[in-house]
Design a protein around this ligand. Structure first.
Ligand SMILES: Nc1ncnc2c1ncn2[C@@H]1O[C@H](COP(=O)(O)OP(=O)(O)OP(=O)(O)O)[C@@H](O)[C@H]1O
Length: 263
């Protein structure tokens, strides 16, 4: 049994704002399969923007369009079949096992009162495998470390087979190898991706496009190489960005390094 590849979603934000100045109107279009990194200092409005995209907040003005449809004109279930979110807040039902939490990702796809199908079980199994979580499948969620929990939340999103995946600081709690693995996995899903990140180096190898926010205002949007300049970093974060010194490293996964060496 194979897992069908998700059909990536097109995302458009049309003058989307929220709160009294918490997020000023943002307009952008992401073609299906594009990866958007959202950057900004603490309190800049990143999570607020993400909440608008996964339909937690209703915009004060403007519209969020998923494949051309306003997400607030769509049934919540239809949105949940297309959009998965990996959030900083995690489930508090610590007694559920890892496999049970990941299986929750299948809920939007099941008919009312229907139990899990063989296909659901296969998809959950596949998600556990991709996040190297098989050994944890029967463990209560509450007994896991912060990094292990984060991987479970990514596996749940994977099981949802979304066309758009929204990740709020997905590398929080993760060691460097798992950070790279989760970002590579998110990129390789075939879905459109929107992720807030704090690591300006990691975002360069991960995102196609960047949206930079400051005090709830969009400062810049466009391809990473065009947007991420020392001037922009100074405006967004109030720091100088210097070229790397000799005691600093770029990181990649072993298999990437082997490929690079072979090349
Ligand atoms: N429901 C709310 N009511 C009042 N203020 C809010 C609400 N939600 C967010 N804010 C405020 O809006 C600002 C933006 O918050 P948001 O969580 O979007 O920032 P962020 O960029 O994700 O920050 P961080 O990097 O610290 O996670 C913050 O000052 C926050 O306190």
């Amino acid at each position: 049994m194979s897992c069908p590849a998700p059909i990536p979603a097109a995302l458009t934000l049309e003058q989307v704002s929220w709160g009294s100045g918490i997020l000023a109107p943002v307009t952008l279009t992401l073609a299906p399969g594009r990866v958007l990194g959202v950057l900004g200092a603490n309190g800049a409005g990143k999570s607020t923007l993400l909440r608008l995209i996964y339909r937690f907040h209703k915009p004060q003005s403007g519209r969020v369009l998923l494949d051309g449809q306003d997400i607030h004109a769509m049934p919540a279930r239809a949105v949940a079949q297309r959009v998965a979110a990996v959030l900083q807040e995690q489930p508090t039902d610590f007694a559920l096992t890892v496999a049970e939490i990941v299986a929750l990702g299948r809920a939007p796809h099941r008919r009312a009162l229907a139990g899990p199908s063989a296909q659901d079980a296969h998809i959950v199994d596949h998600a556990l495998e991709r996040l190297s979580l098989h050994a944890f499948a029967a463990r209560p969620f509450g007994t896991l470390s912060g990094g292990e929990r984060q991987r479970v939340m990514v596996a749940r999103a994977l099981a949802q087979e979304p066309g758009l995946i929204v990740l709020d600081e997905p590398t929080n709690h993760l060691d460097i190898r798992h950070q790279l693995e989760v970002l590579r996995l998110a990129r390789g899903l075939g879905a459109t991706v929107v992720a807030s990140l704090h690591d300006l180096n990691l975002v360069q190898g991960f995102a196609d496009d960047l949206l930079v926010l400051k005090d709830g205002q969009p400062l810049a949007f466009g391809p990473v190489a065009q947007v991420l300049t020392p001037e922009l970093i100074a405006r967004a974060f109030g720091v100088h960005a210097h070229p790397r010194g000799p005691a600093q490293f770029d990181f990649s996964l072993f298999d990437d390094m082997q490929q690079e060496r072979r090349a």
